[in-house]
Design a protein. Sequence first.
Length: 94
Amino acid sequence: KTSRKKLLIVRVKAFEERVLNGRLTARLWRSFTIWGAGRDGRQFMAALSPEGRERVVAMCDVDEKKVGKTYFNHRSAGSPHVPIIHYTQVKGPV
């Protein structure tokens, strides 16, 4: 059985290698929005490399209680403050 954390690390590493740093895609993904400001979105953000986190311009969500707030990971040195926006305000890529 694969742990949730291990699976996340593998997925984020593949995302960074193939999408963020991919020869054909890196230019399109200079900045991006993370879908979801809940547990999975926060864990995805925390698992990104520092360079990957710098590219995150926002997190989006449908939950009005989260929209308008700012995400900051106090456990990660150099973590950016990222606004949480409504999903209708997203300008790709997501």
